[in-house]
Design a protein around this ligand. Structure first.
Ligand SMILES: C[S@@+](CC[C@H](N)C(=O)[O-])C[C@H]1O[C@@H](n2cnc3c(N)ncnc32)[C@H](O)[C@@H]1O
Length: 207
């Protein structure tokens, strides 16, 4: 089963949000990681796979601009119907393993919950991190939240590449410093335990 628009559109068309295996009714685990980040109110925040997450609603109240991307136009359309974007949102419909459009806004913060781990082939993973490095400003922050190495090997009918904070740091490269990491035991709507690694990094200022 490939990680395609068709695959994700079928899921988002068939299920209400609370029936999704990754659904969170509140985004407090992610929001806790953002507490120390300065000047959020003037920040541009990039979500590489926004899905229909309630995090979007929270960020709309806290940030200056959101770049909401997904490989699923069905997910983006659900989100467009739900939120009042008040001109704060740049919508992108893009496969994050492929180079982003040249006019994509630069971002102060990148938040990925359960997107990166669906990329399996090395060129796809490298393409994702090339995009991240092209978008995140010097001094900017990156929060990656992915299934941990002892977590489930599959999600949404797809195989996963699970991550440690060490592998995240290695793939981001030497410009990024690990600020904080935490193991978080997410419980799915079906009661299954899904251990994640949350890791926050900051990009150093270039001289
Ligand atoms: C498990 S869901 C998580 C959604 C959201 N981040 C959340 O926490 O609710 C994975 C999301 O990543 C999107 N996705 C998967 N592969 C992608 C890719 N290569 N590029 C962009 N989005 C992708 C899916 O369409 C889906 O919305």
């Amino acid at each position: 089963m490939p990680n395609t628009t068709e695959h994700w559109n079928k899921i988002f068309a068939a299920k209400a949000d609370p029936e999704l295996g990754w659904y969170e009714g509140d985004a407090s685990q992610t929001l806790r990681f953002l507490e120390g980040i300065p000047h959020l109110e003037s920040a541009t925040v990039f979500l590489p796979g926004a899905g229909t997450s309630v995090l979007v609603d929270e960020l709309l109240n806290r940030c200056h601009q959101l770049v909401l991307n997904d490989i699923s136009d069905a997910a983006l359309n659900k989100l467009k119907d739900r939120i009042q974007d008040n001109g704060k949102v740049v919508w992108l419909y893009h496969d994050m393993s492929k180079p982003l459009p040249k006019d994509c806004p630069l971002a102060d913060l990148w938040i990925d919950r359960a997107v990166l781990h669906f990329l399996l082939e090395e060129p796809e993973i490298e393409g994702y991190f090339d995009n991240l490095r092209a978008v995140i400003k010097d001094g900017g922050f990156v929060l990656l939240a992915e299934f941990s190495p002892d977590g489930a090997p599959r999600c949404a009918g797809l195989d996963l590449h699970r991550y440690s904070a060490e592998e995240m740091a290695y793939r981001l490269g030497s410009q990024f410093t690990l600020i904080r990491q935490e193991r978080f035991n997410y419980i799915s709507p079906f009661g299954d335990q899904r251990p994640y690694i949350y890791a926050l990094f900051q990009r150093r200022n270039s001289d």
